[in-house]
Structures are given as C-alpha cells and as structure tokens.
Write a protein that binds this ligand. Structure first.
Ligand SMILES: [Zn+2]
Length: 246
C-alpha cells in the first residue's frame, strides 16, 4: 500500500460526496485511492440488495445498514478520515455543509438535490462536480468556485413533476461506474487547479461513447448570470418536485 503513487497534489483538500449510492460509492473509492485524505459523506439511506450491482462499496453482509457507516468502515483502512453526515442535503443544512469543504461531488438521484447542491455551492463559492445517470445515459459537469457556467446554465430549473431519476427510470450499472470515474477525474482536475470549469462529459451506454464539450455561460442564468437573482437558499425552490423532502 505504501508504495502506491498518489496522484493528487492537494491531499489535505476536504471533499464532500453528496449521495453514497451508485455514483458516490465508486467515487469515494477512486478519490481515496487517488490520495484524498478527508471525505465527507452525506446520505441518509440504508443499503438495499437490489442496488448492490452498482454500489460497489457494499456487499451482501451490509444490506440493511447505513450507507455512510459502512462506507466509513471500508474507507478508513485506505487512510481516509471520513466525516459522516447522516442526512440528505437539505435546504436548512446545505450552505453550512458545503462551506466546510474545498470541493463537492454531487451524485444524488433527484433533481431537487442537484439544484440545491448547485445553488449552495455557488453561494458558498465551492467548486462542484455534478453527476447523473438515467437508463443508458450519464453526464458529469464540472463547475468552478465562482462565476459560470453552472448547473443552472445547462438546466434552468426543476422539471415538472421532478423528472426521471434512477429509482423510477432505472439505470444500467456500468453507466454509473463510468460517470463516477469521470466525476472523480474532473474533481481531481479541479483540485489540481486545471481549467476544467464548464466541462460536460456525456456517456452513452448504448454506443459506449464518451463526448466531452465545454458549455457556455448563460447571460440570463439566475445563479451566475449578469443579473443573478438567486442569492439565498429558499426551501420552496426545492420542495415541489420531490415528495420525499421533509
Ligand atoms: Zn449559470
């Protein structure tokens, strides 16, 4: 173990992973092996047998246990200090939570959490890498600490009815693994100061093709545009589309 070459320039960087599921669990492993020494994990879910094929931090013996607790037990032997946040990212805790980290990697499975993470990270000026995977298609987007382009430049607002997510639409396991690896790559690049802000990578599992492009900032974006209007976290903005939010 001691002879493994670590690829990270800033091992002291604190990284928060939102959602320890299909994206978050491989992400945590890659970041740990890359040399990230402090990982925050935010999730309130229990491990389910039907998700094991894509949540590769967990196995049969872990079913029914808390994802965050099991993840900590498996990541600590890799030399990682794990900070457990036994909660989803919620409007009342989002700003405080993301402010405690140098980088956020968001692998949640629903749009309200994604928009909340985008808004909180922008307000706290913390870089964030978003990831999403539904059915055969996955995306990863890197957003820098200040200015655009951001998640809201790409997706203006929550889709009506919350949109599809991997729980309702299903997701193909390897697609999630690839998106997670791309997210980890973008996260390490951001930590190393490489200019990857605005990079959007799309993976199409039906053709096994990866496409990388830079998105343009949107002048009318409420979060990063010239006349930005979104300057605080208001609960009502994230509630309607997600009946799961308390
Ligand atoms: Zn924007």
């Amino acid at each position: 173990m001691g002879t493994v070459k670590r690829s990270i320039k800033r091992p002291e960087a604190r990284v928060l992973i939102i959602g320890v599921g299909g994206l978050g669990s491989p992400l945590a492993l890659v970041l740990a092996h890359a040399g990230v020494r402090t990982l925050g994990l935010a999730d309130d879910d229990l491990i389910e047998r039907t998700n094991l094929h894509r949540q590769i931090l967990f196995d049969d013996a872990d079913v029914g246990l808390r994802k965050t607790d099991v993840a900590r037990r498996k990541l600590e032997p890799l030399g990682v200090h794990v900070e457990v946040h036994q909660s989803r990212l919620l409007p009342h805790n989002a700003l405080d939570l993301v402010s405690r980290y140098d980088l956020v990697v968001e692998g949640s499975d629903n749009y309200p959490t994604k928009f909340l993470a985008a808004d909180a990270c922008r307000l706290a000026e913390v870089p964030v890498v978003h990831g999403a995977a539904v059915r055969w298609v996955g995306t990863a987007l890197a957003v820098g600490p200040s200015g655009g382009p951001c998640y809201r430049c790409l997706f203006e607002d929550l889709p009506e009815g919350g949109g599809p997510n991997c729980a309702t639409a299903g997701v193909v396991g390897p697609v999630v693994g690839i998106v997670a690896a791309v997210q980890a790559d973008l996260a390490l690049a951001l930590l190393d100061g490489q200019p990857v802000e605005g990079t959007l990578v799309t993976f199409d599992g039906k053709t096994d093709s990866l496409r990388r492009r830079s998105i343009a900032p949107r002048a009318s974006c409420p979060l990063c545009g010239l006349e930005r209007t979104l300057r605080s976290i208001e609960r009502s903005r994230y509630v309607p589309a997600d009946p799961c939010l308390p």
